[in-house]
Design a protein around this ligand. Structure first.
Ligand code: ZN
Length: 296
């Protein structure tokens, strides 16, 4: 799944290509593509796309249209009349790209934005999961679904906030880093890379981390994200995760680039935690029945 740096670089690319273009029409191509009933997408027709931003793992296609929000009157007073934004989640296999062909039935097509200059943007999703989607939100984005409840962005969080979150949510560090309600933008690859850079075990208890460890974690988080962002800004599209430079992620059985110890893994049903014993666990190899495969 694309994570914070990939999505940030992609948002910047899309802004460069499409900011200022006037929306002719937004059309959902599947029944499940559009996750909201109001505002109606036609509210954006004839209005400009002002830019593309990112929050967590969501892309925000901002327009200069205004509309009343579906959430208006639903309490909190945060929602209401305001600028209309398309909030897009790519999930695992989604892509949002310029649509050169504008085919009637594009392969994997989820939604399409056409612009008055003849260009188009197409949201596609590989496979059959159909989880990628678009929310249309008017007014205060951050108080409404799907962004309400996200933790602070990992590239912007400060040490005090991080220390507080860690102390209040006792769990394994790797799980903490990936929990979007606690910290937004980090997925499996970044979690592996951040723990390695911080020289912390992915299984360390969050509430037990000392002040120096929290400081190291924050520095590692910001450094890994900055490195990844620099790499992504050099690309012209969202590439597959295999192409990204990693120290431990997807490198089981290979030497750690810091100390040359063998990178180990602990596999779960949906993901794999990768770590270097020498750098992260005091040399201790954690129990995992998949590791033996790499030792043969
Ligand atoms: Zn190492």
């Amino acid at each position: 799944m694309p994570e914070l740096p990939e999505l940030q670089a992609h948002a910047e690319r899309l802004t460069g290509q499409f900011a200022g273009a006037t929306v002719e029409r937004f059309r959902a191509l599947t029944f499940t593509a559009l996750k909201t009933a109001l505002p109606d997408p036609s509210a954006t027709h004839g209005h400009r796309l002002t830019g593309v931003d990112r929050r967590g793992k969501y892309l925000l296609l901002r327009t200069d249209a205004t509309a009343a929000s579906a959430a208006a009157g639903a309490g909190a007073g945060a929602a209401g009349e305001g600028p209309v934004t398309f909030v897009v989640h790519l999930m695992q296999g989604g892509r949002l790209r310029p649509d050169e062909k504008q085919a009637a039935k594009p392969r994997g097509g989820i939604a399409r934005w056409t612009f008055t200059d003849g260009r188009a943007l197409l949201l596609t999703e590989a496979g059959t999961e159909r989880k990628a989607g678009v929310w249309l939100v008017a007014g205060d984005l951050h108080a409404q679904e799907p962004l309400a409840g996200l933790g602070p962005d990992a590239d912007a969080i400060d040490e005090r906030t991080l220390a507080d979150l860690l102390a209040r949510h006792p769990m394994r560090l790797h799980g903490f880093l990936r929990d979007q309600h606690l910290l937004a933008g980090v997925g499996r690859r970044l979690a592996n890379e951040i723990c390695h850079r911080a020289e912390l075990s992915p299984f360390a208890g969050t509430a037990k981390l000392g002040g120096d460890q929290v400081a190291r974690l924050l520095a590692a988080m910001h450094a890994v994200i900055a490195d990844s962002l620099a790499e992504e800004r050099g690309r012209d599209d969202l590439g597959p995760s295999k192409e990204r430079t990693s120290a431990v992620h997807d490198r089981a059985g290979q030497p750690c680039p810091v100390c040359a110890d063998t990178v180990r893994t602990v596999a779960y049903r949906a993901y794999t935690v990768a770590y270097c014993p020498t750098c992260q666990t005091g040399g201790k190899v954690l129990a995992d029945n998949t590791t033996s495969r790499f030792l043969k």
